[in-house]
Ligand binder design. Structure first.
Ligand SMILES: Cc1cc2nc3c(=O)[nH]c(=O)nc-3n(C[C@H](O)[C@H](O)[C@H](O)COP(=O)(O)OP(=O)(O)OC[C@H]3O[C@@H](n4cnc5c(N)ncnc54)[C@H](O)[C@@H]3O)c2cc1C
Length: 500
């Protein structure tokens, strides 16, 4: 790494960390999760080293729509102002399109969700409230009756998080590539080996090392060699400029019997992200013609001019959609968190909400401990693994189950997909509960199970209606197959999330 980097271009303070001292914590990676852990621990009085291989603003198509649950965690951490002054777009709910029909799903009322917890030492001087800027208005975020999410350019949000962590006097930032997690003779983690531009390889020691090196994590295997994600599908993403989106301030989910799901959401005043699902880890050979023949015909008309322009410009980017259930951390001195620990389908935009809620819970769990008491810290981390499940399992299982329904590649799944849309059309609790799960404000896995199977039963009912009296014997047979399919796309994942 040091060979390819222009050392002179790197600010001096990013290269001067001392390897002589033992830090309370080393944080590997300054993506979404890293700066939040480092800030939280620093505010609890811990001496933190955060190592990032590239501090310049990243340009990625991930983590651009934050669900209300993620914003609530940022409030708990006293970091909500990371969404300010980046031309962020408030999100008030979702619009789901199914074969051209549309249903609007607003986010739930604040009164129906638990109050946001302010973590002591982290929240002060109003840092749990947004400030007024060109696109984020205090009255909308603070005084509105309903929860809000937000869309933003990922790199700009990250830059704000990094600016917040930079202001913490207890944090030392270091530019470098972590190349090894250091172990003692007893096989406990004791720090990290970092390759630093202009300095070479150096060992840094800490009582606790947090691995948050993201989706392509090199160090998640420190938990266990079989902690490996599976990839079943991908997203092809493009930027639409000045798009005429059908429902302002809504995330759009475009579904249909003949195509894969498409997501559309605004990320700045000018830019809208479109993510088109492809049901394989290997992308289509000719992306341009796939977008033109298999995606374009199903998009709302108002999007077509900006879509055509984006296809013509040909700036496609793709990302694998990985799934990885979390694993309990049993290694003294180590804590793996964020995408390195746990991943779900990005369809429901829940990754940042999971990561940030994990950070908030983690700070509450270990933030006041003395990290040199490594056994006590490990005991607390063992407990934390089970406590996080309540929140994270809902978002994770929902993402996988909804993707199976929305990408429906067999008739049973298509019946469930249609039933799900019809269920939303009924309104009331048929919208309130699903959107509360999606928003990350209703951490109740057993209620999710009940709602999911209610959708399945409703789908069977809709199928009976459509088959008519003459078709009812067939509909009865299909009912068993539909229920079995529903169980197959839901229960194994619930089991993995809750038991594993
Ligand atoms: C296609 C796609 C779309 C998504 N959309 C959304 C969305 O809309 N909403 C949402 O909530 N979530 C979304 N997600 C998920 C979300 O992006 C992740 O959950 C989130 O970014 C995880 O944060 P993290 O800090 O764990 O990892 P990252 O944000 O990936 O950060 C990892 C950091 O570690 C650094 N790093 C890696 N290796 C090293 C090393 N060896 N040494 C030093 N530094 C290192 C990297 O440079 C990076 O800065 C999406 C994911 C995908 C794949």
């Amino acid at each position: 790494m040091s060979d390819s980097v222009d050392v002179k271009a790197i600010p001096k303070e990013l290269l001067s960390a001392s390897s002589e001292i033992v830090y309370d914590a080393i944080v590997v990676g300054c993506g979404v999760v890293g700066p939040c852990i480092a800030t939280g621990l620093a505010r609890k009085g811990k001496k933190v080293l955060i190592v990032e291989r590239d501090w310049t603003m990243p340009d990625r198509i991930v983590g651009e729509l934050m669900q209300p649950g993620g914003l609530r965690a940022l409030r708990s951490l006293g970091m909500i102002q990371a969404i300010n002054n980046i031309d962020a777009i408030p999100v008030t709910g979702y619009s789901v399109f199914y074969n051209g029909e549309k249903v609007s799903i607003p986010y739930p009322y604040k009164a129906d969700t638990a109050p946001v917890e302010k973590i002591s030492d982290l929240v002060f001087d109003g840092n749990d409230r947004v400030i007024e800027d060109k696109t984020v208005h205090v009255k909308d975020f603070e005084d509105d009756d309903r929860e809000r999410g937000v869309g933003f350019v990922h790199g700009k949000f990250l830059q704000n998080l990094r600016d917040i962590v930079a202001k913490e006097p207890n944090v030392t930032r270091l530019q470098g590539n972590v190349i090894e997690i250091l172990r003692s003779k007893e096989n406990e983690v004791v720090g990290a080996k970092v390759e630093i531009p202009g300095r070479g390889k150096e060992d840094f020691k800490a009582h606790l090392t947090f691995v948050c090196d993201g989706i392509f994590s090199r160090f998640r295997k420190e938990l266990s060699p079989d902690h490996i994600p599976s990839v079943g599908s991908s997203f092809v993403g493009m930027s639409l400029f000045h798009a005429n989106i059908p429902s302002k301030n809504h995330g759009h989910v475009i579904l249909g019997t003949s195509h894969m799901p498409v997501l559309v959401y605004q990320i700045s005043s000018e830019e809208t992200r479109i993510l088109c699902a492809y049901n394989s880890a290997r992308l289509p050979k000719d992306i341009k013609s796939w977008l033109t023949t298999d995606v374009k015909p199903y998009l709302p008309k108002s999007l077509l001019p900006s879509f055509d322009k984006a296809v013509e410009d040909g700036k496609f980017r793709s990302m694998p959609n990985s799934y990885l259930p979390a694993k309990q951390n049993t290694v003294t001195g180590l804590c793996v968190i964020g995408d390195a620990l746990n991943m779900r389908h990005p369809l429901t935009g829940g990754g940042m909400a999971v990561g940030l809620n994990d950070v908030a819970l983690l700070i509450k769990t270990v933030g006041d401990l003395d990290f040199s008491d490594r056994e006590t810290v490990l005991d607390e981390l063992l407990e934390y693994h089970f406590e996080r499940k309540q929140y994270d399992s809902v978002i994770n299982v929902l993402s996988i189950a909804l993707y199976s329904l929305f990408a429906a590649d067999n008739r049973n799944l298509q019946v469930l997909q249609r039933g799900c849309f019809k269920y939303f059309e009924r309104g009331g609790d048929c919208i309130r509960l699903p959107v509360s799960f999606l928003a990350g404000v209703l951490p109740k896995p057993f209620l999710l199970t009940k709602v999911f199977f209610s959708v399945a039963l409703y789908s069977i009912y809709v199928n009976f209606q459509e088959r008519g009296i003459l078709g009812s014997p067939l509909a009865l047979l299909e009912a068993f197959a539909i229920l079995f399919t529903a169980a197959k796309v839901f229960t194994p994942y619930l089991f993995k999330e809750l038991i594993g």
